[in-house]
Design a protein around this ligand. Structure first.
Ligand SMILES: Cc1cn([C@H]2C[C@H](O)[C@@H](COP(=O)(O)OP(=O)(O)OP(=O)(O)O)O2)c(=O)[nH]c1=O
Length: 205
């Protein structure tokens, strides 16, 4: 198990983290998906939820990585640093996570049509002793979507594994009129803030 672990099943996060290390070919990371319960607590606010889930992913990833290290006692274990992240869409006071099914995706896209919403992404990094986190909030404005726009988009299946049922980096980008904040945070990992955290943890110089 490498020193840095990305606790995520998201291919976007893996790509963004790879992008972050372009000038540090000596820094590598391994990927370990940490499955956690993403159900909000009753009365939990959006910022609290997304931060807690990033923390829980980092913590669960840390435990998994530790277990893997312990199973391979022939390999000298290196200190572990684990990164977890979570993204949610917030429309008025409603939290939109990943759609449960096609109907849910349709409901989300109808609600986002011709509105502005916020995308919140939290990143947490732990080394088992210290945990640092950042929360990034980005405003995204959508154009008006017709029923066929929504149906055609859902037929691509792109919305199904994404918070708010769209991907700004894909065909969902066709609906975005304006963004104010961090593009990479909307895609799943805020690059500037993650780089700062990795510097604080001395993974990057
Ligand atoms: C709004 C938006 C979200 N997303 C994605 C980012 C996240 O992968 C996903 C939100 O779900 P998350 O629960 O944050 O992440 P995940 O389940 O995909 O991966 P893991 O928990 O293992 O790290 O939505 C986009 O790819 N583009 C977008 O424009």
């Amino acid at each position: 198990m490498m020193g840095l672990v990305l606790a995520s099943a998201s291919p976007r996060r893996k790509e963004l983290l790879t992008q972050l290390f372009f000038s540090h070919p000596n820094v590598t990371f391994s990927v370990l998906a940490a499955d956690i319960d993403e159900t909000p607590f009753s009365d939990e606010g959006a910022a609290e939820l997304v931060t807690r889930l990033a923390f829980e992913k980092a913590k669960a990833g840390f435990l998994l990585a530790k277990q893997q290290q312990e199973r391979h006692t022939e390999i000298p274990s290196t200190p572990l640093t684990v990164l977890g992240s979570d993204t949610i869409v917030v429309l008025d006071n409603n939290i939109l996570g990943k759609p449960l099914d096609i109907h849910d995706a349709k409901r989300m896209l109808q609600a986002l049509s011709a509105q502005e919403h916020y995308v919140m992404t939290a990143v947490a990094i732990t080394d088992g002793l210290r945990t640092l986190d950042r929360l990034v909030k980005t405003k995204v404005c959508f154009c008006s979507l017709s029923t066929s726009d929504i149906e055609d988009y859902i037929a691509t299946m792109e919305p199904m594994d994404k918070a708010g049922a769209y991907g700004i980096q894909g065909m969902g980008g066709n609906f975005v009129t304006r963004i104010e904040g961090s593009y990479s945070a909307v895609v799943g990992l805020p690059l500037v803030e993650t780089r700062d955290l990795l510097k604080e943890m001395q993974i990057l110089t």
